[in-house]
Structure formats: structure tokens, C-alpha cells
Design a binder for this molecule. Structure first.
Ligand SMILES: [Fe+2]
Ligand SMILES: [Fe+2]
Length: 371
């Protein structure tokens, strides 16, 4: 007796050792083809019919692929992020595609062979900047990693994007660690205030809070620094590093901005919660933006020397700081959160009254092997 099915190949004679339930009972969208677009078969191309329907509130907490036939007795995976708006953004599929297509190698794609000895103070400044960046980059891998297993699998595209972010940040940590060690300088000083900010992100009680602090505020500041980095880089090696990191960081910040926008559009009552997260984050960021180990290396690189940085006073760092704050405020606006009347960044930071006034000891010490 033949098994009946409207699927080609579903026929099977009676008495077979095969069960074939999977073949006969599937309700999948059989016959629906996904057409590759110009660049290939993208996530957007396959987000069709029932496969493209991402539920706002998934009925299950399972790793079963969205759109598959799922038995009723699948185990509950214990996900705690089960609302689409908690993690989604309208550009999440495109961000994932870009992330995969633009991976680069800190080993091969940086012209390390072109590194030449620098003025010792500039080498020291570059090494301190690389130290700070190497310190902060990995939190943007640890934070997504902490939350990934809690996120409902029906939001798989968001999870996939966060996986690419973790890889990006591993590479950023790698490239700045390599830069610190590559030219005779070495690692500089870690700081307690940086660690406190990172801990605040890791300890966030919700993905909402952590994402606002990290994707929007923290990574936004890093993105502004990378953008400025191209300008202040002492050689083509650092220019290339900053340029490549910047394209990754722009994705992470784009996710943070568009995700918050998506979140607030669906629930505007959350605005006050996000304001409160950013109130606290900005207070910490204000301290960071006046911390010598964080600010002065970039100031010295921008000025060209310690003496020039001292002569310029706060002017060199003010430009970067004001630009960083303005870009952050514009991102908040795009996300639907007006922070201009509420920003907690200290007045001294906004006014730029806390630039380089003294020469940090580590910035004036000759670096062995760097000259
Ligand atoms: Fe990064
Ligand atoms: Fe990042």
C-alpha cells in the first residue's frame, strides 16, 4: 500500500522498515523557493512565508528552527528574553550579512611590517591608547555572550548578529594588544574607572539596560574615537587598524540605535526606563572622559607631541570630546530618545575644561626600544 503525500518522493510501499512520519506529516511550506539576490542567498531572501514570520511573543522556548514542525513535548530551554522587541532591529539581517562579508584578520590585513620607530612619547601614547582599547573591547563580546543563551531561538537572526559582534570584539582586542606589543612599547595602565564602567555593563539586570549602556553609549564613544583615530594615527599601520575597527564598530552602534528605536516604537512607556539607564551610564562616562589614562594619549597623538599637547591646553581633547558627545546625542535622537535636555555628562566635560594640564608620568618616559 502506498503512503499518501502531496510531496514528490513521499510514496513508499507497505512493509518498509522506514517510519517516514517526517515525510508524510510535515506542514512546511513545500515548494516555496528562495531566490538569491545580487550578492547571493541572504537572510532576507529566505525570510519568506512562514519562515520570515518572527513572532512578537514566541509560543515556545525551544531551539527548534523557526518554521519547522515542532512537537508539543519539546523541553523548555528556560529563555528569559522572549519578546521580539527586546532584541530585534529592522536592519538585523543586513547587519549580520555585512558582518560576515567584512571579516578581516588582525594578523594578515594590518601592514605590521611598515611599523617604524616613533618618538618615544608618541609610542607611549599609542601604547596607552591601545591598552585602554584592549581593555574595553572584550566587554562587547562578554555582554552578548552572557545574554545569548537567554534569548529565544525564534529571534535567531539577532542571536547570529550578536555572535558576529563577539567575533569582531575578539579581533579588536587582538589588534590593539598586538599594536601595544609590536613596536617596542608594551601595555600601559589599566584603570579602576574603566573597570567600573565595564562591570556596570556586565552586571546590567536586563538586556535593555546593558544594550543601552553598551551598544548605544559605550560603543558610540568608541566609534567616535575610532573615527578620530584615523586622523591622529601616527602611521599607516594605526590608520588601517582604526579604519577596519571603525567599520565593525559602526555595525554594533547601528544595531544599538536601531534596536532602541524598534523597542521604543513598540512600547513608548519604556522611555523613562532608558533615560534612567543612560543617566547612570553618562555619569560614569563623564568620569571616563576626564580620566588621564583614557583621554591624554589621544590628545598627545592629536597634538603631535607632549609639549604641543600641553601648549594647546584642553583644546585638543575638547574637539574630540564635543564631537563624541554630539554624535551620541544624535544617535539618541535617531533612536527616539531625546537626551539633550537631560544629559548627565558633567558640565566640565561638556564645556571641555578638563583637558591635558599636566604631563602624565608614563607619557614622558622614554620607551625602551622605541627610538
Ligand atoms: Fe569593538
Ligand atoms: Fe563593538
Amino acid at each position: 500500500m502506498a503512503v499518501t503525500s502531496d510531496r514528490p518522493g513521499a510514496e513508499q510501499t507497505a512493509g518498509s522498515a522506514l517510519d517516514l512520519g517526517w515525510l508524510r506529516e510535515s506542514s512546511a511550506a513545500w515548494g516555496m523557493r528562495a531566490e538569491p539576490s545580487r550578492v547571493g542567498l541572504t537572510l532576507r531572501d529566505i525570510a519568506r512565508g512562514p519562515y520570515g514570520d518572527v513572532p512578537d511573543h514566541p509560543p515556545r522556548r525551544t531551539m527548534a528552527p523557526r518554521g519547522a514542525d515542532i512537537p508539543d513535548d519539546v523541553p523548555d530551554m528556560g529563555y528569559t528574553v522572549n519578546e521580539k522587541a527586546e532584541v530585534w532591529s529592522d536592519n538585523i539581517m543586513e547587519l549580520y550579512e555585512e558582518a560576515v562579508s567584512r571579516q578581516w584578520s588582525a594578523t594578515r590585513d594590518i601592514p605590521w611590517g611598515q611599523l617604524a620607530p616613533l618618538d618615544p612619547d608618541l609610542e607611549h601614547a599609542m601604547c596607552q591608547l591601545a591598552t585602554v582599547l584592549s581593555e574595553v573591547e572584550m566587554v562587547a563580546a562578554d555582554f552578548p555572550a552572557k545574554w545569548l543563551w537567554r534569548i529565544n531561538h525564534d529571534f535567531v537572526e539577532a542571536k547570529m548578529f550578536l555572535c558576529t559582534q563577539a567575533m569582531d570584539e575578539a579581533r579588536h582586542t587582538e589588534v590593539f594588544r598586538k599594536r601595544a606589543l609590536a613596536n617596542g612599547g608594551g601595555l600601559g595602565k589599566a584603570t579602576t574607572v574603566v573597570e567600573q564602567f565595564l562591570k556596570t555593563i556586565l552586571d546590567a539586570e536586563s538586556y535593555d539596560e546593558g544594550s543601552a549602556l553598551m551598544h548605544l553609549l559605550g560603543e558610540g564613544v568608541v566609534l567616535s574615537l575610532f573615527r578620530a583615530g584615523e586622523m591622529i594615527a601616527p602611521s599607516e599601520v594605526e590608520k588601517r587598524i582604526f579604519r577596519l575597527c571603525m567599520q565593525d564598530e559602526a555595525r554594533h552602534v547601528s544595531y544599538g540605535t536601531m534596536h532602541l528605536r524598534y523597542r521604543l516604537q513598540r512600547d513608548p512607556t519604556l522611555a523613562e526606563d532608558f533615560h534612567a539607564y543612560l543617566d547612570r551610564g553618562e555619569e560614569l562616562m563623564g568620569v571616563l572622559l576626564t580620566t588621564p589614562e583614557v583621554v591624554e594619549p589621544a590628545t598627545i597623538l592629536a597634538a603631535g607631541s607632549v609639549d604641543a599637547a600641553v601648549a594647546m591646553g584642553s583644546a585638543a581633547s575638547d574637539v574630540l570630546r564635543m564631537q563624541t558627545i554630539e554624535e551620541y546625542l544624535q544617535r539618541c535622537e535617531r533612536a527616539g530618545l531625546d537626551r539633550r535636555g537631560r544629559m548627565r555628562l558633567p558640565a566640565a566635560v561638556i564645556a571641555g575644561t578638563s583637558g591635558v594640564k599636566t604631563v602624565a608620568p608614563e607619557a614622558s618616559v622614554t620607551v625602551e626600544g622605541a627610538s
